[in-house]
Design a binder for this molecule. Structure first.
Ligand SMILES: [Zn+2]
Length: 208
């Protein structure tokens, strides 16, 4: 397959995943962003101000490791969280896909500053304990660094180990960050984490 065909296919896959994320209510409005590593110094990333539900493959932008736009439709700017994505790729060499979302149930934990415990057998096997990255302003390099540091600790199994090829952390008062070896596994991890968060909240409701 030609390089350009492969790129088109990845963009299409990204748009499909974005639509699923939006339709499943895992993020809303223009919140959240998604990226895929496509080379040593090149990454496909969501454009700013787009809703996940509306994205087409042609909308995505190629950026370099400094987050600068290299290729992409005129008028499309890279996501405001591009620094976070490229910093994660800089620090975690096995990571090839990153999704950041404002998933409503997970957001309850992120806003309260509470890590997500693996409440079910599946959660234990999939993501283990999902820790909290302390608050930093959205879109800043400060947020990028603290997010990458937190994911690095997860990768090194400093928290109870996860068995899947995806890792996650919460961003305090902001949302969730999931990173994996490929886009599909990363999406599944986002879905699993939101399910765990919902389960814990229902458990607490029934317990009280
Ligand atoms: Zn966000």
């Amino acid at each position: 397959m030609k390089k350009s065909q492969a790129l088109t296919q990845i963009k299409r896959e990204m748009a499909t995943v974005c639509r699923k994320i939006y339709e499943k209510g895992l993020t809303y409005s223009t919140g959240g962003n998604i990226s895929v590593r496509i080379g040593e110094d090149s990454f496909l990333i969501k454009p700013a101000d787009y809703c996940f539900g509306d994205l087409k493959g042609r909308d995505f932008i190629v950026v370099n490791s400094r987050g600068e736009k290299m290729i992409g439709p005129k008028g499309n700017r890279p996501s405001s969280e591009t620094p976070m994505h490229v910093t994660i790729y800089r620090d975690l060499k096995d990571i090839n896909a990153v999704i950041h979302a404002h998933s409503p149930y997970t957001l309850v934990f992120a806003t309260m500053g509470v890590p997500i415990e693996p409440a079910t057998t599946f959660a234990e096997e999939e993501l283990g304990l999902v820790p909290l990255a302390p608050y930093r302003d959205p879109g800043t390099q400060d947020l990028a660094e603290i997010a990458a540091q937190t994911l690095k600790k997860v990768e090194k199994n400093l928290y109870p180990p996860a068995k899947t090829p995806a890792i996650a952390c919460l961003l305090e008062r902001h949302g969730v960050l999931v990173a994996g070896k490929n886009l599909r596994q990363t999406f599944y991890a986002l879905e699993s984490l939101e399910t765990t968060a919902r389960t814990i909240l229902w458990m607490k409701t029934i317990q009280n």
